[in-house]
Every structure is written in C-alpha cells, then in structure tokens.
Design a protein around this ligand. Structure first.
Ligand SMILES: [Zn+2]
Length: 154
C-alpha cells in the first residue's frame, strides 16, 4: 500500500505543503476551503485541526469546520531572506482575520500572500483564499499551499 501511495506522489507534479489542510485541486463549482475544527466545550476554533483543545483541554469533542472566501489583513510583512522551508524572497506573510460563514465567529490565521507588495496587503485590505504554488520541492514538483490574494476595491 505504501508503494502505491509513493507511486501516486511521484506521478503528481504537485504536493500539498502539509496533508489535511485543504482539498486540491479545488472541486469544480467550489471555493478553496481550509479544514479547521471547533471545540464544543469552549467554542475555540483551530486551524490546522487539533485533536485536543489547547484552551480547555477537551479531548475528542472538536467538530470539523470549513473556512473559505475572503478575509481582512490584520498585519503583514515583506520578508527579504529565504524561509526555512525554501520559499524564495521576497515573499509576504502575516495574519488574516476570516469570518466563519453564517456565524459571528472569526479566526485569525497565519498567512502567506500572493503579492509581496506592502501597498496591496496593507492592514484592512480584503484578501481571498486561493491555493497556489509557494515553491518547488527537490523533485521539481509544485508545493501547493493556502495563500491570500488581494481583492481589488472598486
Ligand atoms: Zn475548548
């Protein structure tokens, strides 16, 4: 079984930055979505998903939630040195606040941005979740990750 998985991975020209964060390719007619979960005891929301709530230590009572659509830049920074994971500079990272659909709750996510341009990712800017290549791995495959793209204000 491991052999089949390895074969499939070697045939693909992309790999996820980490398994279980999102579905890629994005299914037709759907928006890119991140897989989070929520503690049923204290309502804490976590991405990536947790098995145990880090706030109230509830174990095994976390319910899956999908996060998709647009968010707001909370903070951003342009990085001028390579990341430890191999992302080439300049690249942009920071935090994005995303509201959960049909709820008053929101989650603040660590984020990479598509544009290393401080004007395009200023605090308060609307950004949308996309799945995009962030670097190449040792086999020249695209490493796909969740990133945020500025949405033009008209
Ligand atoms: Zn909790």
């Amino acid at each position: 079984m491991h052999k089949k998985i390895e074969d499939a991975e070697q045939q693909a020209d992309w790999v996820p930055v980490q398994p279980g964060l999102f579905t890629y390719p994005v299914p037709a007619g759907k928006k890119p979505a991140l897989y989070a979960n929520q503690c049923q005891t204290c309502s804490g929301i976590y991405f990536p998903k947790r098995d145990i709530c880090p706030v109230c230590f509830t174990n095994g009572d976390l319910v899956d939630k999908e996060i998709s659509g647009c968010g707001t830049v909370y903070t951003s920074s342009i990085v001028q040195i390579p990341s430890p994971s191999g992302i080439r500079p300049p690249y942009a990272c920071g935090y994005v606040d995303m509201a959960l659909e049909n709820e008053d709750e929101s989650i603040r996510l660590y984020a990479l941005f598509t544009d290393p341009d401080p004007v395009k990712i200023a605090c308060g800017q609307t950004v949308e979740l996309v799945i995009d290549e962030v670097r190449r791995d040792d086999h020249a495959r695209a490493v796909m990750a969740h990133v945020f793209r500025p949405v033009d204000k008209d």
